[in-house]
Design a protein around this ligand. Structure first.
Ligand code: FE2
Length: 173
């Protein structure tokens, strides 16, 4: 199944490429943009989690995915089959699931997106439920906003005195 690769080729030279080139995982971003209509938020959650897990082990099984995402095994099986049809996952005999090259690149971008949003919340001084908040925000954020948040985080982290000033400022409210 190679719809994704085909779409990427038709995109070259567009503004999207310029926008995406600001990220390390350029192709992952492009793949995601091109598949927005196909990839639901739930699918993004699966992909992000499977990518996270792929950094530790080569394969994952239905039951492990279900446990990690706290969903029922039949729902996971359905989702994995859909993702396989989209060319994101390999679902081999004996239940071994792994990422395809496209799945890996999109997953890498999704994890990077997650981390940028979470770091922004932490830098803003959000202390409660940063993980849940991140999960709610991350799916609908544009490339430009994400890029600006990334720069904002870097700016704050390079200038810790600004974070301290801001902490004092909001303590006064
Ligand atoms: Fe996430």
């Amino acid at each position: 199944m190679n719809i994704i690769t085909h779409d990427i080729i038709t995109l070259k030279g567009s503004d999207l490429v310029q926008e995406a080139s600001k990220f390390h995982t350029v192709r992952g971003y492009l793949l995601l943009e091109q598949n927005k209509k196909l990839l639901t938020s739930a699918m993004e959650d699966y992909l992000e989690m499977i990518y996270r897990n792929s950094l530790i082990e080569d394969y994952i099984r239905i039951n492990t995915i279900s446990e990690l995402l706290n969903v029922a095994a039949p729902s996971t099986t359905k989702m994995v089959q859909k993702m396989k049809a989209l060319g994101l996952l390999n679902y081999e005999k004996y239940g071994y699931i792994s990422l395809t090259e496209n799945g890996r690149e999109i997953g890498k971008f999704l994890l990077e997106r997650h981390n940028i949003v979470e770091r922004t919340l932490i830098n803003l001084g959000v202390k409660e439920n940063t993980l849940i908040e991140t999960e709610l925000i991350e799916h609908n954020i544009s490339a430009e906003t994400l890029h600006k948040l990334d720069l904002f985080n870097k700016f704050l982290e390079q200038n810790p005195e600004i974070i301290q000033k801001f902490e004092k400022f909001f303590e006064s409210f």
